[in-house]
Design a protein around this ligand. Structure first.
Ligand SMILES: [Zn+2]
Length: 380
């Protein structure tokens, strides 16, 4: 097994970065005509910057509004329009589904691909895969590509204006990165691109966790005020670049499998990917027999930014043993990353860990409430 590390060719981030999109593309040899697939929010906020930036470098461009779902039909529609326009480079601008569609279109017509995420809500923008859904929004398949994006450009001014809950969800996804990568390293299993891990992948995953602990709360305050601060810049980098490289080249384990298990429960459908991953991480830590100081550090962080720490936080109010088993069975299906642990993992073990993680989380909340009450009484 060869050690493998993969990454986008270039990553650019900062205040008003969109104004330099054309120049950044030119620097790495990407050319027009440029076909932009954009979410409606991105199109509204960025149209003028695109015009100015592409006029500056003499790239012809056209914008197509995204239809709302990364489905085979939508990919086909965008591909037809991009081919007709003679696109040499595809730019995806918006949330995860827009970027996934843009990546699929670029791969099909063999064009260059630029990802411009407008949120720091997941670790997907730097990766070389798309999650494809049916037109009705049911998961259909993963599409894997031979190359990561040529350019990922993150405009921090736009991310700062996004919903705070989505930034927090991105922190949930990033929170698990280090623990999952460490497990894969220790177990000597394969990372998400089928290779052995590298020191680089491991180090970036560790830095991702440190950055969350240092800057998570301060970054959340910045987004609540819709402003860009150094802490927000570092946190965007952790959610997007460090978590992206950390998961792809470091690997995934139980946390993401439990996420997949949670998606089988209807009550969790209104919760974001990273919110479910955050609880999945607690399950992983319990399953791995981590000490309470490790578990408490993660729970303290989750509480400080508002990430779920028990099943109730994900809409599941009465978790029966059968329900925990349903989640665990999906989480341990063949091919799941739960099998990247250094020991063999069964559904029984995961179901037990789910119940214990849930109990720890609920207990923690009760203690917090009691502490707050005591403080109120002492002050009154
Ligand atoms: Zn994830």
């Amino acid at each position: 097994m060869l050690s493998t590390f993969c990454a986008p060719s270039r990553y650019v981030q900062g205040r008003n970065a969109t104004q330099q999109l054309g120049t950044e593309m030119k620097k790495i040899g990407l050319a027009g005509p440029v076909f932009i697939i954009a979410g409606s929010h991105a199109a509204e906020l960025l149209s003028q910057d695109w015009k100015r930036s592409f006029d500056e470098v003499g790239f012809k461009f056209e914008v197509l509004k995204f239809g709302g779902e990364c489905s085979l039909n939508e990919i086909h529609r965008c591909k037809e329009a991009a081919s007709k326009f003679g696109a040499k480079t595809i730019v995806g601008a918006g949330g995860g589904k827009v970027l996934d569609t843009a990546r699929a279109v670029a791969a099909e017509i063999n064009a260059g691909i630029v990802n411009c995420p407008t949120l720091a809500s997941s670790d997907a923008p730097c990766s070389a895969l798309s999650v494809v859904y049916t037109d009705e929004g049911q998961f259909a398949e993963y599409k894997f590509y031979p190359r990561n994006p040529e350019l990922v450009l993150v405009d921090s001014s736009i991310v700062a204006k996004g919903p705070a809950r989505l930034l927090v969800a991105g922190m949930g996804d990033a929170l698990a990165t280090w623990f999952e990568a460490k497990t894969v390293v220790e177990a000597k299993k394969r990372n998400q691109v089928g290779g052995a891990t590298t020191l680089a992948g491991e180090a970036l995953a560790a830095l991702c966790y440190e950055t969350l602990l240092e800057d998570g709360v301060a970054a959340l305050h910045a987004v609540r005020s819709q402003v860009v601060t150094p802490a927000l810049e570092r946190l965007i980098e952790a959610n997007t670049l460090l978590s992206g490289l950390g998961f792809e080249s470091g690997g995934l384990a139980v946390a993401h499998s439990v996420h997949n298990g949670l998606t089988t429960v209807h009550e969790t459908h209104n919760y974001y990917h990273g919110e479910k991953v955050a609880f999945g991480l607690l399950v992983q830590l319990v399953l791995e027999g981590k000490t309470s100081s490790v578990i408490n550090e993660v729970i303290d962080f989750s509480m400080s930014v508002g990430l779920p720490i028990c099943l109730r936080d994900l809409g599941i109010y009465n978790p029966s043993k059968a329900l925990c088993m349903q989640i665990a069975e999906r989480a341990t299906a063949p091919g799941e990353t739960a099998h990247n642990e250094p020991f063999s993992v069964t559904a029984d073990m995961v179901a037990d860990a789910i119940q214990v993680a849930d109990s720890i989380g609920r207990e923690y909340k009760i203690e917090e409430e009691e502490g707050a009450k005591e403080l109120c009484m002492a002050l009154s």
